[in-house]
Design a protein around this ligand. Structure first.
Ligand code: ASP
Ligand code: MG
Length: 589
């Protein structure tokens, strides 16, 4: 019998009438011949309310007791939902996380799921009942109630769908699907029919708040088909599956508004310094984003990154400390910046996506102060005042408002290796553990650096257009904020076209009257690829540490949800690969 998991978020169960409405959706699914598991959040803003009650008493409530407190919200909803179903003539049973057997670690308020037992749910389903499961909660080995972090009911729902082998996991929410960008910012945004896990993960991490990132990592790991749809209408929503909606290069774009940019200028370029900086920042529990370490010049390099604006003071404190520890020159920072990103699996196979984006931005006369790229994402940092206009320009240049002419099949890919995880093993331990799919070495690349290009609108667009016009495919583009009004741009190109690329950019720098391009004809790129890279924040740190301990100097870094790439000297490539393989052996599939 087909099995379906339905998750209702807080707004979908905000009052008794809405709970009845959700119950009717469950009944409809049951009547059409499915076994049904319903996962619910706390009603409306209950969780916020519970947290503020604790905060009225103290600023530092005990985290075990916070879990006890917060989990009560979901317990109310499961009971009411079961009562609603029975009143409508259906057999139902409510279950807490502990009753289901959702085992987590004991990190209170942000626990990770270790295993889920399906026995009690199966028994109830086989007895013809609709199972109502409390989202967001689990139980530790010590028998304490734990919660999975704010928004964690999505993760509960997808995890249950995974262990039960559900045909679909429906996420009922107050929006009717996933949009090409936030429709509250751009009304022309379009609801997409389908989006891939990787694209959704990138967009979620960029603040497209439809779903909890961890739930998408789960869905990807176990090949769960997720259907995001509205609780208040019956229309079809958006499927999150293994494949993009179309072969278009860009699937969606997003803006992260509350960011600050910090730069440690003049860091002595030697193994371990980047690692040291980021370990200090990690100790302070600050999440970094958009890390750019540029090519070292005269033995020194600049490391820039963005953090949430609320963390900027704390980050400055850390940087001032590290400044002394590593002997850097100074700290610079810029508040009120915004990161605009485009995401798409299709850009992997096409060239010219970056310059198209830079061109659209420059046509509005907007300056880009930092650029990072990964295989499926390009991000540009602009000033906060320009954020909405940048987003609009980018959205329209990729024609995201139009439904693609040729759509891909709305189904999951044939089971990939990543989905073949033995569910029995997964049930036993570490369902949320990081998975490393591959560690690879690319020794076909060269790197070009333009140390001091004019820092003004249109420069990046102009440059990459010229390079694309020469038929050259570039990768790992990094632009960092320049010193003294200049920007530094570096990128990699295949070794076979290095001289051609150098002559193109050489013409440009002489036209601009700026310093000549530099190059490293033989660099190696080391890439670690996997699932859960971002939510397991220690990974980048472990990569740096492993290489630093092996005395290998890290050059340019590029990060995304599914991969972290760094460039090193070609001569260190093989050894770096070996060191990383040893380090990550335990997590490799
Ligand atoms: N009730 C929890 C929260 O508000 C979990 C959830 O809604 O997903 O964070
Ligand atoms: Mg919620």
């Amino acid at each position: 019998m087909p099995l379906i998991v339905q998750k209702f978020g807080g707004t979908s169960v905000a009052d008794s009438q809405k709970i009845l409405g959700a119950a009717r959706k469950a009944i409809r699914a049951a009547r059409s011949g499915n076994q049904v598991v319903v996962v619910v959040s706390a009603m409306g803003k209950t969780t916020d309310h519970l947290i503020s009650l604790a905060n009225e008493i103290t600023d530092h409530p005990n985290s075990r007791e916070m879990d006890m407190l917060m989990s009560s919200g979901e317990q109310v909803t499961i009971a009411l939902m079961a009562i609603a179903l029975e009143s409508l003539g259906y057999k139902a049973v409510s279950m807490t996380g502990a009753q289901i057997g959702i085992k987590t670690d004991n990190t209170h308020t942000k626990a990770r799921i270790k295993s889920i037992s399906t026995d009690s749910m199966r028994r109830a389903l086989d007895a013809g009942k609709i199972v109502i499961a409390a989202g967001f909660q689990g139980i530790s080995d010590d028998g304490d109630i734990t919660t999975l972090g704010r928004g964690g009911s999505d993760t509960s729902a997808v995890a249950l769908a995974a262990v039960l082998g559900a045909d679909e996991c429906e996420i009922y929410t107050d929006v009717d699907g996933v949009y090409t960008t936030d429709p509250r910012i751009l009304p022309e945004a379009r609801k997409v029919l389908q989006i891939s896990y990787d694209e959704m993960l990138e967009l979620a991490s960029l603040g497209a708040g439809v779903m909890h990132s961890r739930s998408i990592e789960f869905a990807k790991k176990f090949g769960v088909t997720v259907h995001v749809r509205s609780s208040f209408s019956d229309g079809v929503g958006t499927l999150i599956v293994g494949m993009s909606e179309s072969d278009a290069p860009v699937a969606g774009c997003a803006v992260a508004k509350n960011e600050a940019r910090l730069t440690l200028v003049g860091v002595p370029d030697k193994p371990g310094n980047a690692m040291w900086l980021f370990s200090r920042i990690a100790e302070a529990k600050i999440a970094t984003d958009m890390i750019v370490q540029n090519v070292g010049l005269e033995g020194r390099t600049d490391i820039s990154f963005t953090v949430p604006a609320t963390d900027s003071t704390a980050t400055l404190d850390v940087l001032n400390l590290v400044l002394v520890e590593v002997g850097a020159e100074r700290v610079e920072y810029q508040e009120k910046v915004a990161k605009v990103s485009v995401v798409g699996l299709g850009m992997e196979k096409q060239s010219g996506v970056a310059e198209k984006m830079f061109r659209a931005i420059s046509e509005k006369g907007i300056n880009i102060s930092m650029i990072t790229t990964s295989e499926i994402k390009i991000s540009a940092l602009v000033s906060l005042d320009d954020a909405a206009e940048t987003l609009r320009a980018v959205h329209s240049t990729f024609e995201l408002q139009k439904t693609p002419v040729k759509l891909n099949e709305p189904k999951n890919l044939p089971v990939q290796s990543i989905n073949k995880i033995d569910l029995d093993v997964a049930r036993i331990s570490g369902m949320e553990d990081i998975i490393i799919e591959s560690i690879s070495l690319d020794r076909q690349q060269s790197q070009i650096t333009l140390p001091a290009v004019p820092d003004k609108p249109g420069i990046a667009a102009w440059m990459f257009e010229n390079i694309a016009a020469a038929g050259i495919i570039v990768d790992m583009i990094v632009q960092s904020c320049g010193r003294g009004g200049k920007a530094m741009i570096s990128f990699t190109v295949p070794r076979s076209v290095l001289s051609k690329a150098l002559s193109v950019v050489g013409n440009l720098t002489s036209e601009w009257g700026s310093a000549k391009p530099q190059h490293n004809s033989e660099i190696a790129i080391l890439t670690v690829r996997g699932t859960g890279l971002r939510s397991h924040t220690g990974l980048a740190y472990r990569m740096f540490k492993t290489l630093a301990d092996g005395n290998i100097n890290v050059n340019v870094i590029s990060t995304s949800e599914r991969s972290i790439s760094i460039t090193v000297e070609d001569s260190s490539g093989e050894r770096g690969l070996q060191l990383l393989k040893n380090e990550f052996l335990a997590e490799m599939m």
